[in-house]
Every structure is written in C-alpha cells, then in structure tokens.
Design a protein around this ligand. Structure first.
Ligand SMILES: [Zn+2]
Length: 204
C-alpha cells in the first residue's frame, strides 16, 4: 500500500534538495513523478522547485481551492505516475491534505510532502497541522542551531535585522529566516531572560 509521508523541518534544512534528489531517483529508473509547489506567493507562469545547492525542477503550482486528487488522477490516466512530491506543504489546506491521502489510498501512489512545521511565532501551519494529524509516516529533517543543538524553531529578521515578534505568518520580501533551538528562540523572541532563573533551587 502506498503511503502519505510528511518530511518536516525548520528553514534552511535542505528539504527541497531532498525532494529533488528523491524525485531524480525515481526518474533515473525510468519512472514518472509529479511535482507540486505552493503558488500562493509566486507570480503566474511556470512553477519550479529550486534548492540552495543549485538543483532545480519544473513543478505544478497549487493554490487554495485546487483539487489535487483530481489533478493527479487526470494526469495518471495518460501518464502512469509513480510518486507525487509536494514542496512548501505547509501552505496546503486541510481538505488538500485529505486529497493527498486519497491519492495514496485510492490510486496507490505514494505522496511525499516537505514543509515547515511551525511559523516564526512557533505556531503550526495549517497544512502541517493536517499532515501531522493524518500522514502515515512523519520524518524530521534535522538542521542545527548556532549552538550545535537541533534547531526546531525559526525567527524572522526584518529589514533592519531585528527579530520580528508579530506580523503576518508569511512575509513577502527580503526577510531572512534563521533556524534556532527552542532555548535560543525564546531568548531571541524576548520571552526568556537569564534573570528569570534566579531564585530557583538547583538552577545552573
Ligand atoms: Zn541554540
């Protein structure tokens, strides 16, 4: 039976590189894959998935309201599809995650989703919440904080390099994201000060 996979991570963990490598492995064996990427923050035109190390591939864009099951089923009718890949899966709506589950369950095609777990405020994205709820396999893509610990949070730096504490879930523009461990994320967000520990017995 085909499965629905969710590979989740914070920013800059190499998710797109992993996706493109996995798709390449299928195609190298003469198999066919279908690639999707979020179209929410892109201009019209051809979609593509690009990785930081230079790999790139064409992809179809998905937006709210698109029926991904219908699109894959239609494509599969004339071109046998061996795997479906979805990048920026955090932008899926819940119903689309169910459509992806049906691609696995009814068409027997594995679906590999890659995306961010949480936003810069530490809140789950809609698509990620649905995927964490119903995917068959959850796989964490690891990256590290400046301190060497696992980074599972992200901060957003605004135009002047200041950490954003409020705002839209997604900023369009030149904002920079930095992946941090939870401990350093709380410090950068101003939610924890070292003085807070004073007075606790056994505190380091
Ligand atoms: Zn850290």
């Amino acid at each position: 039976m085909a499965k629905l996979y969710f590979h989740y991570a914070t920013m800059n963990a190499g998710k797109s590189t992993m996706l493109l490598q996995a798709s390449y492995n299928y195609r190298e064996r003469g198999m066919s894959t279908m690639l999707f990427v979020a179209g929410h923050y892109r201009k019209d035109g051809a979609g593509y998935i690009a990785s930081r190390i230079g790999l790139e591939a064409d992809a179809e864009m998905f937006r709210d309201g698109d029926d991904l099951f219908a699109r894959v089923a239609e494509h599969h009718r004339h071109t046998t599809t061996h795997c479906v890949f979805v990048d920026e899966a955090q932008f899926l709506v819940e119903e689309q995650v169910w459509q992806l589950a049906r691609i696995a369950d009814r068409l027997d095609i594995p679906v590999m989703c890659y995306g961010l777990r949480t936003d810069f405020q530490g809140k789950l994205f809609t698509g990620s919440q649905a995927l964490l709820s119903i995917a068959d396999e959850l796989r964490e893509v690891r990256t590290i904080c400046r301190c060497g610990r696992k980074a599972n949070m992200v901060v957003r730096l605004g135009p002047e390099g200041k950490v954003a504490k409020e705002g839209e879930q997604v900023a369009i523009g030149k904002d920079v994201y930095v992946s941090l461990c939870r401990r350093h994320w709380e410090e950068e967000m101003g939610r924890w000060r070292a003085e807070d520990l004073i007075g606790f017995a056994g505190a380091e």
